[in-house]
Design a protein around this ligand. Structure first.
Ligand code: HAM
Length: 418
């Protein structure tokens, strides 16, 4: 039997509904902050990620779905959205539109080891704010992310971790110092960290290995190497978050795995998803657009894993609103003949209507229950003669008789009841 590719999933209707709820909430809140939606291609030139994420990042060194197509082009199924947005900014000539606020959503691909909350095809929603150098932009995007998580009912169960990795100068200095320190303790490092020591020592700060973590307690600290300008920038971000009453934990070990970051980096993490604890993550990337051959334009943004937020809603038994629906149940031939006409009338009035195409009253009531209908509209010869239909509220079991002309009004009323 053919199976879905390892690490990919079929999102069945129940799960899809939750995905759409999360995406729609994100899109609505993003628009409150002035972000407009952009959609960039899933296929991008491999060079885009090689030049932006860094050769030594896990994504570029081992996780990309990269292939040469029949025409000889070197392509990648995008592993993330920021590089594509920066590419679009350059190739679409959007420099006149700055500051630019963009929201996006869609599938991303990384060939990681699949586990709970980690897939090879997964989904992100993200925002990018281009063209603003000041910490006000960092605050704007973090506040927007926090607002979304609040709206989804998840903010109390998440921790916002924040760090500054400084400007390029601070970062290069820190990288050298950290490497010198770790080289002195090379033998005590885990195998993974030994491998990273040459390629990307900063990533060792992310290590979960207890021995590595112990060594890191005495390692040089990035904060000691921040230039005065970088220090001031970081302090303004912290003050701004305080003024906005967004709780934050400063995490000096937070570095993030992609090369394009500078200054602010942050992650909202959870204790409820096992090892995959980051649900929303991002930072500032002032060098990205120019590294890709565009003008010198600063940027800051984040992306959340839609799959992880859906899991978290499940885990915490969070609520997502389903649009109320109604079942139409005809009894007898005359009613059956009028069924689709009535269904269309209600749908044109904006009501969600489910039909079961056969079966007696009992069977159709069962289906109404199964699809989670709010109420059933029942009508047979008696109701048609009297021009009054029965409306049965499924949760409470109460039944009432409503004049035919008032059905739409009554269903709308039921649809808005909590
Ligand atoms: P990232 O940290 O690589 O950042 O991914 C952001 C989020 O995507 C993660 O926190 C996680 O929730 C989700 N995610 C990542 N990999 C997987 C996976 N294999 N399965 C399920 N979910 C996953 C970025 O992608 C940056 N582009 C974020 C950004 C935007 N920075 C600035 N602007």
């Amino acid at each position: 039997m053919l199976q879905a590719v390892k690490g990919t999933r079929d999102l069945l209707p129940g799960t899809c509904r939750k995905f759409r709820h999360v995406e729609q909430t994100a899109s609505q809140i993003a628009s409150l902050y002035g972000f407009d939606e952009i959609e960039t291609p899933i296929l991008e030139p491999a060079a885009l990620f090689l030049r932006s994420l860094g050769d030594t990042s896990d994504i570029v060194s081992k996780e990309m779905y990269r292939f040469t197509d029949a025409g000889g082009d070197d392509l990648v199924l995008r592993p993330e959205g920021t590089a594509g947005v920066a590419r679009a900014f350059i190739s679409e000539g959007l420099a006149q539109e700055l500051p630019l606020k963009l929201f996006y959503r869609g599938p991303m691909f990384r060939r990681e080891r699949p586990q709970k909350g980690r897939y090879r095809q997964f989904y992100q929603c993200g925002v990018e704010l281009l063209g603003v150098e000041s910490p006000a932009a960092d605050l704007e995007v973090i506040a927007c992310g926090y607002h979304m998580l609040q709206e989804l009912g998840l903010s109390q169960n998440l921790t916002l971790r924040l760090n500054s990795i400084g400007d390029l100068e601070s970062r290069a200095l820190f990288r050298d110092r950290l490497k010198d320190y770790l080289l002195q303790h090379r033998d005590q490092l885990s195998k993974d960290s030994q491998d990273r020591l040459e390629r990307n020592p900063l990533r060792i700060l992310d290590s979960k290995d207890p021995g590595d973590r112990k060594l890191l307690e005495h390692a040089p600290r990035l904060e000691q190497m921040l230039t005065p300008a970088a220090r001031e920038f970081f302090s303004q971000v912290q003050q701004g978050l305080k003024a906005l009453k967004i709780p934050v934990v400063i995490d000096p070990l937070l570095v993030r795995g992609l090369d394009y970051y500078c200054h602010t980096v942050f992650e909202f993490t959870t204790e409820n998803l096992g090892a995959q604890n980051a649900v929303l993550a991002g930072g500032r990337y002032d060098g990205l657009v120019s590294d890709l051959g565009g003008p010198k334009v600063p940027g800051v943004g984040w992306a959340f894993g839609t799959d992880r937020l859906v899991l978290l809603l499940d885990e915490l038994k969070g609520e997502w609103k389903r649009t109320p629906s109604f079942a139409l149940i005809p009894v007898g031939d005359r009613a059956e003949a009028l069924l689709s006409e009535l269904a269309q009338e209600l749908r044109r009035a904006g009501l969600r209507v489910d039909l079961s195409f056969s079966g007696n009253l009992g069977k159709r009531m069962k289906r109404a229950d199964k699809v989670g209908a709010t109420a059933a509209v029942i009508f047979g010869d008696n109701e048609l003669n009297a021009d009054r239909f029965q409306i049965k509220h499924l949760k409470s079991g109460t039944q009432s008789e409503v004049p035919r002309a008032q059905i739409i009004e009554e269903l709308r009323r039921l649809a808005t009841q909590p």
